[in-house]
Design a protein around this ligand. Structure first.
Ligand code: GDP
Ligand code: MG
Length: 743
């Protein structure tokens, strides 16, 4: 933007410019209207349709000022035009007049997130006054914020206001006036500086290339702008007004950092949040009324006798809801993908390309999306439990048990998340301060029964165990499923106990948890959390699952035997003509014969495929567990991502697209015979298979996440080795033990 901004000071003695900035919906416009009354103008920012509200007012001491309502943004990167205008208005770049003071409107109910921008503004060395808004809401929630403590830590004035009710506005105006007339004391400098020397070097190099009118003689500001450029340079939009030299350098430094495995974004963002999070406890205080109410609730919820039953009941409700609520969505997703696949199959002629699209691509995307309902729901429940303040009590209740296993009380939430998906769960370990606690938690999270194991359990239980009742009232199939969940949980605790006494020995630190007051959940932040966690699943696990499904399709489909291919096409054509005929008994009989031959061809194709050969190659190692080479093919696929197993078994048994509830796949599993005529699948084999899936480390995405969070290949290797060894031994014991017992 090179056009002169409309609010540029008029000639003569300059009117100080005050910019009202903050996150969206924090009450900026409400405050702006209170300050300027009717004395305001609306225009557009040059070249964009973003409204630019500017006005005038006289402060209590008689000072006249211009006021600008800056568009709301969560941070000052330039990922949208609003954000770009926000940084330009605050830092005074790109033709915007530099403000003499920024009033940052902070939503007191969202303090941590709102303070992020405060730190950015301090780094830019722009005089700042924090208007702590929505304090009326805070009071109704029985909380209060220690504005003095906040002012002390930030080094700038903090004034509690309610823009809506008009409370504290005078005090704010006086504070603005004091700061404007005394600008030197208003520059406390940055609250965060990069920890790593590499990042510091990156920032300093970029800072050197900044034009002087950006830096204004302040090295701090130059570094802040460098951090801004580094964070924004991969934005989809161009960085308007940023000199080419800066942009090039930022891109180059970013690429170099990425090549070294450094994540500059994460380091900068986390550095600022660490500063905020480590002080939140001193800023936020529950009010006396809220404290008393919470204390009364805690006499019940933390009661040694009542606390646990209530906790177990809560968790049971959560898990029941998790399964029953997700079911309709899962069915809808499956039928949608089935429908799309049929549509594509109909539209494309028979070819490898068609098979790739339907069996590789569409099936792959479908197998990722199908997990979303459960993952979204679990993170919704966790979010609600955290936001109401109950999770802190749970951590406190569980602390004794967790600590006796060597785990940190804070490991509870990540381990609970592991029931949905290990990848976001591993990211959730970041709430723990000690790396040792994080590593230990990461080593056991993959044992939790994630949603990818569920289709496998459902298939095996449905096919091999009768739908009868135990003792007349307990359904055997459901009991088995519950048993599998318990099994993995108990094993995770045992493994934690062993590791914490051997490889990860460390003095246990008592959990110091601040008990937040109970309150109604704040839905916007619950939903945001839910979306963020699910996005972590989609972007990290999702892409790996998709790639593996496609790779597996290739392994299963090649090499092609031209003879078999030709025969298959002939049969397909015959089926088409027969189906077009009237459904005479004769046509039906011929269709059955053809179907048998088609299944036979699929079997031959599989045996000669790369995957089939691999299955044969590993057969000797899995035979002692009761598995044959066909299960081996499924296991190979499952090492990339577990749920691939079900689809693979469908291909192995020549049943187009199988899911865990498909009756044909269950029948086929029932009928499958060994060479000596014994059935391949017995309940004992099923049990052995489930135990194997419960324990084996079959998830590339988990390994990738552990590598990133521990920065160590050794831990990745250890995780893979111990889990897979444990799985093999446990399945061996189950199968051979069962055989000895005559099962
Ligand atoms: P902006 O997006 O930052 O400009 O925020 P607005 O000024 O448009 O306010 C967003 C919403 O918050 C509106 O519904 C306001 O009425 C409300 N609001 C603003 N200040 C307060 C406050 O101090 N207390 C309460 N309870 N609501 C407020
Ligand atoms: Mg507004």
């Amino acid at each position: 933007m090179s056009a002169k901004s409309p609010a540029a000071p008029a000639a003569g003695p300059r009117t100080p410019l005050v910019a009202v900035a903050g996150n969206p919906n924090t009450g900026k416009t409400t405050l702006f209207n209170r300050l300027t009354g009717s004395d305001q103008k609306v225009a557009n920012y040059p070249g964009v349709t973003v409204d630019r509200h500017a006005g005038h007012m006289r402060l209590p001491g008689g000072l006249d000022i211009s006021v600008l309502d800056v568009p709301g943004t969560y941070s000052l990167s330039a990922r949208s035009r609003e954000e770009e205008i926000a940084i330009q208005s605050i830092a005074g770049l790109g033709g915007e007049a530099p403000p003499d003071l920024v009033v940052l409107v902070v939503d007191a109910t969202q303090l941590s997130r709102n303070l992020y921008m405060a730190l950015q503004i301090l780094e830019l060395e722009v005089p700042l006054v924090v208007a702590l808004n929505m304090t009326d809401v805070l009071e109704s929630r029985s909380e209060s914020i220690d504005a003095e403590a906040l002012a002390r830590e930030l080094g700038v004035p903090v004034v509690s206001i309610s823009a809506l009710k008009g409370a504290g506005i005078q005090e704010l105006e006086r504070s603005i006036e004091r700061t404007l007339t005394n600008p030197k004391t208003a520059l406390p400098g940055p609250r965060w500086t990069p920890e790593s020397t590499e990042l510091r070097a990156d920032l300093d190099r970029i800072a050197d290339s900044m034009p002087p009118d950006w830096i204004r003689g302040s090295p701090t500001r130059a570094r802040a702008l460098a951090a801004w450029a580094l964070l924004s340079v991969d934005a989809p939009d161009e960085l308007h007004g940023v000199p080419d030299a800066v942009r090039r350098l930022a891109l180059e430094r970013r690429a170099r950092a990425a090549a070294d495995g450094r994540q500059v974004d994460a380091e900068i963002i986390r550095g600022r949040y660490d500063w905020i999070d480590s002080r939140m406890g001193t800023f936020v205080r529950p009010s006396r009324r809220g404290r008393e109410r919470s204390e009364r609730a805690d006499t019940v919820l933390l009661n040694p006798w009542l606390g646990f039953p209530i906790f177990l009941a809560t968790m049971s409700v959560v898990f029941l809801a998790l399964f029953s609520w997700s079911e309709p969505a899962i069915h809808a997703i499956e039928s949608t993908f089935g429908w799309v696949s049929d549509l594509v199959r109909g539209a494309m002629g028979p070819s490898i390309a068609r098979d790739f699209v339907t069996e590789g691509l569409i099936a792959g995307v479908g197998s990722v999306v199908v997990f979303l309902p459960q993952i979204l729901l679990l993170f919704l429940f966790i979010g609600v439990l955290e936001d109401t303040g109950y999770m802190a009590r749970v951590a406190c209740l569980m602390d004794r048990i967790m600590r006796s296993m060597g785990l940190n009380g804070r490991a509870f939430v990540p381990m609970l998340s592991g029931y949905a998906c290990a990848v976001p769960a591993i990211l959730a370990t970041r709430t723990m301060e000690r790396q040792r606690d994080r590593t230990l938690t990461m080593m056991v999270i993959p044992l939790m029964t994630c949603s990818a194991r569920l289709p496998v359990y459902t298939l095996v239980i449905g096919a091999l165990f009768p739908p009868t009742m135990l003792l007349g009232f307990a359904p055997v199939q459901s009991l088995l499923l519950v048993l599998m969940y318990l099994f993995s949980t108990v094993l995770a605790l045992i493994v934690a106990a062993v590791l914490s006494r051997t490889m990860l020995k460390a003095p246990s630190v008592p959990l110091i948890l601040e008990m937040p007051p109970y309150r109604m959940p704040h839905w916007p932040s619950v939903l945001r959390q839910m979306v963020q966690k699910s996005r972590a699943f989609l972007s990290e696990a999702g892409s790996v699952i998709l790639l593996c499904t496609i790779a597996l399709w290739g392994l299963l489909s090649f090499p092609k035997d031209p003879g078999l291919e030709a025969r298959r096409d002939v049969l397909a054509a015959q089926v088409a003509t027969l189906e077009a005929e009237a459904s005479t008994p004769d046509a039906q009989a011929r269709l059955d014969v053809i179907a048998a031959e088609q299944a036979d061809i699929a079997g031959q194709q599989l045996r000669s495929s790369y995957a089939g050969r691999l299955g044969h190659a590993i057969e000797p190692t899995i035979e002692p567990l009761g598995f044959d080479w066909k299960i081996g093919v499924g296991l190979i696929g499952a090492f990339a991502a577990r749920e691939v197993f079900v689809a693979t078994m469908g291909v192995v048994y020549g049943i187009g697209d199988a899911d865990e509830e498909s009756a044909t796949l269950r029948d086929q599993i029932h009928k499958e015979k060994r060479a000596n005529g014994e059935p391949v699948y017995t309940p004992l084999v099923g049990l052995s298979l489930m135990v194997f899936f419960a324990l084996a480390c079959q998830c590339m995405s988990t390994l990738a996440a552990v590598r990133r969070e521990t920065k160590s290949w050794a831990w990745v290797a250890f995780l893979f080795a111990y889990m897979t060894a444990l799985a093999w031994v446990a399945s061996f014991v189950v199968y051979q033990g069962g055989r000895l017992a005559g099962l």
